[in-house]
Write a new protein. Structure first.
Length: 167
């Protein structure tokens, strides 16, 4: 397996600044690409598993880094409200299942993290940052269409921001 470039918070910040003019994420109204991958517990998960439900898929660069931890904690702290609205939360990064499991256990994350080790989901959703997933979130309706794209993520308030946008 080829070596992946080391992902640091500094690199993420530099790439994010560059992304502001280069990002070409999927548009609202686009059918969300289906995928099949493994979750935190090694179970096979597909987008099709959530047909009929609203899904928030948030992409993030790396488990257990400061910004990604704040974002995950934001979803954790607001998870009851997501459940009350029957909204599925899925976190996606290119970390493997073991990394996701450690991250989930360390911070008590109640939602699934998806292991996109080969980057195929990241590429399908046009959030490839060159070895990591860019910090972008999609809201997908029950019919599989993208209804919201958030590229301007504030990590500490992201979950509340998405809830406010969904209404």
């Amino acid at each position: 397996m080829p070596n992946k470039p080391k992902i640091t918070e500094e690199r993420i910040k530099l790439e994010s600044q560059k992304e502001e003019t280069e990002t070409m994420v999927l548009a609202v109204g686009t059918k969300a690409p289906n995928f099949t991958t493994k979750n935190t517990n090694g179970e096979t998960v597909s987008l099709a598993d959530f047909a009929g439900k609203t899904v928030v898929m948030y992409f993030y660069p790396k488990d257990d880094t400061p910004g990604c931890t704040k974002e995950a904690q934001s979803f954790r702290d607001n998870y009851a409200e997501y459940q009350g609205k029957e909204i599925v939360v899925l976190g996606v990064s290119q970390d493997d299942e073991a990394s996701h499991k450690a991250f989930t256990e360390k911070y008590g994350l109640p939602f699934q993290l998806l292991a996109d080790v080969d980057g195929s989901i990241t590429k399908a959703y046009d959030v490839d940052g060159g070895g990591y997933s860019k910090r972008v979130s999609y809201v997908i309706n029950g019919e599989g269409a993208i209804t919201l794209v958030d590229e301007k993520v504030k990590t500490d308030s992201h979950a509340k921001d998405i809830l406010a946008a969904i209404g």
